[in-house]
Design a protein around this ligand. Structure first.
Ligand code: NAD
Length: 484
C-alpha cells in the first residue's frame, strides 16, 4: 500500500541546538526520511545553529554521521543522502549575545515559511525569542518549535508562556510532545471517531476501567543529572501520560482541527479530580546483577526522586463517573512496553453459567513495541465438551492489515516537523493545556516534598513496588502484564 505524499510548501528551518543530541538522533534523521519520501521539493534550507564554531562542510559531515547512525530505514536509500546534505548549512551563533545573528539573517530567504526549532535547554527559549524579534528574523508566518520540558511547575510554565507570548502568537508556537506524533496515538482518534462501533460504548456504562502504561526497561543511564531534577512525574506523567489520558477520555471534537481537539483535551485535564495520597504510589529502582541502583547513578546518594509512579485518576464528568483511569510509568521495569487498555465491563448476564469463566473485552492500543491495536473478544473454545469460553485477540496489527510498507511509518518527529511546516497545530500542546496539566501535577509533587519521605524501592526487572499492585488489587482489578 503506497501512500500519496504531497510536498509541503518551500521552507527554511533553523535548528537552534543543531549540534545537540536531539538534532543528531531525531531531527536530522526525521528530515532526511521526509526528504526521501518526497515531501520536500529539494530547495529547502535546513540551517544548524549552535555555539560551536563549525563550517557548513563540517556540519554536513556531522549530519551524515548522525543519519548513518540513527536512520534505520533501508527504504531511505543512501543515494538520497548527498542531495539532502546539500540543503544543510551551519551558522555559529550564541543565543545570549549578538554573535552570529547577522549571518543567520543572511542565510534565510524571503517569501518562505520560516520555522525555528528551539532544540536547546529551556533556559535559552526566552533569549532565542527575544533575538529573533530584535533581528527581525521572524514574521507573522514564522513558527517556533519548543521542546520539553515546558516548565517544571505551574509558575515556571506560566513564565515561559508569557516570555514566548511577548513576541509570538499562540498560533505560532508549537510545543512538541512526540507521543502525539505516534501513529497509534493518532489511530486512537481514528478508532474512536471514525467508527460507529466503539464510541457508543466509550463511557462508564460499558467501560470498567482504563489502564495506561508506559514502561521502560532501561534506567537513567548517563542522564542522571537531568533526571534527578525531574523525576517520573515531571518527565512522563505531566506531559506524555496526560496527553494519552486526554485523547482517551475526551469528548468527540466537532472537527479534527487544532482548536476543537485542544479544547476537548483541556476539558479532560480540568475535569480531573485532585489526587489524594492513597491513590498514588511512587518508587525508585534498586540495583541488580551489576546494574546500579538509581541512587548510585546520580550525585545525591539520598535522592528522593521517583523513577516510578502509579496512580488512580478520576475524570469527574458524566461520561467517566465511576470509571477509574489507572496509570503507571517507570524505569527499569520488566520490559519496554507502552499501551492504553480499555477494559470493558462483563456482559450483564452470563447465559453460560459459572463454568464458562470470567470474560471481558479489552481494547488495547499498543504504542511500543509493535505498534498496533488489539481487540480481545470471547469465543467458544473449539472442540466438543460443552460450552467453554476463551478470549482471543482480533489483532489489528498494522503490518498485517496494511501491507508490507506499514512498518515504514513515519517516526513521530517526521510527522510533527511536517505539521509545523503545514501550519497544523492539532498534535501540539497549547499553552493553557500545559498550564492546566501542571496545575494538577504541582500539588502531588508538593505533597511529596512536604512529607519528606523516601520513594518505595523496587527491584530492577519487576513491575514496580508492591504498593502499586495493591493500588489496583484493592479495587478487585489487576494490572495487565508488562511484556514486550
Ligand atoms: P544538548 O545538550 O545535546 O545540545 C544542546 C545544543 O544547544 C547544542 O547544540 C549547543 O551548542 C546548543 N547551545 C547551548 N548553549 C547555546 C547558546 N548559548 N547559544 C546557542 N546554542 C547553544 O541537548 P539536547 O539533548 O539536544 O536537548 C535539546 C532540547 O531538547 C532540551 O530542551 C531537551 O530537554 C530537549 N529534549 C531532548 C531529548 C533528547 O533525547 N536529547 C528528548 C526530549 C527533549
Amino acid at each position: 500500500m503506497v501512500s500519496r505524499v504531497i510536498p509541503v510548501e518551500p521552507f527554511d528551518l533553523v535548528i537552534f541546538g543543531g549540534t545537540g543530541d536531539l538534532a543528531r538522533r531525531k531531527i536530522l534523521p526525521a528530515l532526511f526520511r521526509r526528504f526521501c519520501a518526497g515531501q520536500m521539493r529539494g530547495d529547502e534550507r535546513v540551517i544548524g545553529a549552535a555555539r560551536a564554531e563549525m563550517s557548513t562542510k563540517d556540519y554536513r559531515a556531522f549530519a551524515r554521521a548522525a543519519i548513518t547512525e540513527f536512520d534505520d530505514n533501508d527504504a531511505c536509500a543512501a543515494e538520497h543522502l548527498d542531495g539532502f546534505l546539500r540543503q544543510l548549512s551551519y551558522v555559529a551563533l550564541d543565543a545570549r549575545s549578538d554573535a552570529g545573528w547577522a549571518e543567520l539573517g543572511a542565510a534565510l530567504r524571503k517569501g518562505r515559511i520560516r520555522a525555528f526549532y528551539f532544540s536547546v535547554g529551556p533556559g535559552l527559549f526566552g533569549d532565542l525569542a527575544e533575538r529573533l524579534y530584535q533581528w527581525k528574523l521572524a514574521d507573522a508566518q514564522s513558527r517556533i518549535v519548543v521542546e520539553k520540558p515546558f516548565g517544571r511547575d505551574l509558575d515556571s510554565a506560566r513564565a515561559l508562556n508569557a516570555t514566548l507570548a511577548q513576541h509570538f502568537d499562540e498560533a505560532q508556537i508549537y510545543r512538541i510532545d512526540h507521543y502525539l506524533g505516534k501513529e497509534t496515538v493518532q489511530n486512537l482518534m481514528a478508532i474512536r471517531f471514525g467508527n460507529t462501533l466503539f464510541e457508543p460504548l466509550w463511557n462508564s456504562q460499558y467501560v470498567d476501567h482504563i489502564q495506561i502504561t508506559v514502561a521502560e526497561s532501561v534506567g537513567v543511564g548517563t542522564r542522571g543529572e537531568y533526571y534527578d531534577r525531574s523525576g517520573a512525574m515531571r518527565d512522563m506523567m505531566q506531559n506524555h501520560m496526560m496527553q494519552l489520558l486526554c485523547l482517551t477520555a475526551m469528548e468527540p471534537p466537532a472537527k479534527f482541527d487544532p482548536a476543537a481537539v485542544r479544547d476537548e483535551k483541556l476539558k479532560v485535564i480540568r475535569a480531573l479530580d485532585p489526587m489524594t495520597p492513597e491513590n498514588i504510589v511512587r518508587g525508585q529502582y534498586e540495583g541488580a546483577d551489576g546494574r546500579p541502583a538509581y541512587r548510585d547513578q546520580v550525585e545525591a546518594p539520598d535522592s528522593r526522586t521517583e523513577t516510578f509512579v502509579a496512580l488512580k485518576a478520576r475524570v469527574g464528568n458524566w461520561r467517566w463517573a465511576g470509571t477509574p483511569f489507572y496509570m503507571r510509568t517507570g524505569k527499569r521495569l520488566k520490559a519496554r512496553a507502552s499501551e492504553i487498555a480499555v477494559v470493558f465491563k462483563d456482559a450483564p448476564h452470563s447465559i453460560f453459567g459459572a463454568d464458562a469463566g470470567h470474560h471481558r473485552n479489552i481494547l488495547t492500543i499498543r504504542l511500543q513495541p509493535n505498534e498496533g491495536i488489539e481487540l480481545g473478544v470471547t469465543i467458544k473454545e473449539p472442540g466438543p465438551g460443552g460450552m467453554r469460553l476463551i478470549d482471543v485477540p482480533l489483532d489489528m496489527s498494522f503490518a498485517e492489515a496494511l501491507g508490507p510498507d506499514s512498518d515504514d511509518f513515519p517516526d513521530a518527529y517526521e510527522r510533527l516537523i511536517m505539521d509545523v511546516i503545514r501550519g497544523d497545530q492539532t498534535l501540539f500542546m497549547r499553552g493553557d493545556e500545559v498550564e492546566a496539566a501542571w496545575e494538577w501535577t504541582d500539588p502531588i509533587i508538593e505533597s511529596w516534598q512536604e512529607a519528606g519521605d523516601d520513594p518505595l524501592l523496587y527491584a530492577t526487572g519487576s513491575s514496580g513496588p508492591d504498593d502499586a499492585l495493591a493500588l489496583i488489587h484493592r479495587d478487585g482489578r489487576r494490572w495487565r502484564e508488562i511484556r514486550p
